[in-house]
Design a protein around this ligand. Structure first.
Ligand SMILES: [Zn+2]
Length: 209
């Protein structure tokens, strides 16, 4: 079983900083977030034998959950963020901030038709979970059976084709020629992945939940 520990005050300060910088609406509504570090199940030697966090059954680096009215009444914060305690020490500060930003982006204030934040009976802001812009699901065996016709490979191609734009948007230091080669590298990697799928199986990097 996973175990949990409350994040320290520095970690909570980082969450607050990221919220103020990128999620002013959550900050204005005074959304409160408690951070827990999750640790995966251990064997007899104390080594991890499973993921600390899963989202819909898939291992993830982090997750966030909106707290129910009952739990808020019991004194809990508006949302609970889980961070992978087995990995957090491997992350740079920038990577930690990005993971936290990702999780906060999942929080969406519920607003009425006039744009005012809806509040619950405790006068706490009501929250919904925002879904990812891109959701990438991959079955090795479907990719193997159907190759280029599979939704798996078609999605991967879509992402690879978009990678020129992605580099331009998210890695602006790269020049056009490098961007082109980055796109080509992405296409080559995709081709390799498809070839591996045809042989044995594809390893898809697990991302944040
Ligand atoms: Zn996510």
């Amino acid at each position: 079983m996973a175990t949990y520990a409350r994040g320290d005050s520095d970690l909570h300060k980082t969450v607050q900083d990221v919220m103020e910088r990128y999620h002013g609406d959550l900050d204005d509504a005074e959304v409160t977030v408690t951070v827990l570090l999750a640790y995966g199940p251990r064997d007899a030697h104390g080594d991890p034998v499973g993921p600390a966090i899963t989202v819909h059954g898939v291992p993830a680096w982090a997750s966030i959950k909106v707290t129910s009215l009952r739990d808020r009444a019991a004194g809990m914060s508006d949302a609970i963020m889980l961070l992978d305690g087995d990995r957090i020490d491997e992350w740079s500060y920038e990577e930690l901030e990005a993971v936290i930003d990702h999780e906060l982006t999942h929080l969406k204030l519920r607003v009425d038709e006039r744009g005012n934040v809806k509040r619950d009976d405790l006068d706490r802001p009501r929250l919904a979970i925002r879904r990812h812009d891109w959701q990438f699901g991959w079955f090795d065996e479907v990719a193997r059976r159907h190759g280029a016709a599979s939704p798996e490979v078609r999605q991967a191609k879509q992402l690879a084709e978009a990678s020129g734009d992605l580099y331009q948007l998210y890695l602006p230091g790269m020049g056009p020629s490098k961007r082109k080669s980055a796109t080509r590298r992405a296409a080559e990697r995709l081709q390799e992945a498809v070839e591996r799928a045809n042989e044995s199986g594809v390893e898809v990097e697990v991302s944040v939940g």
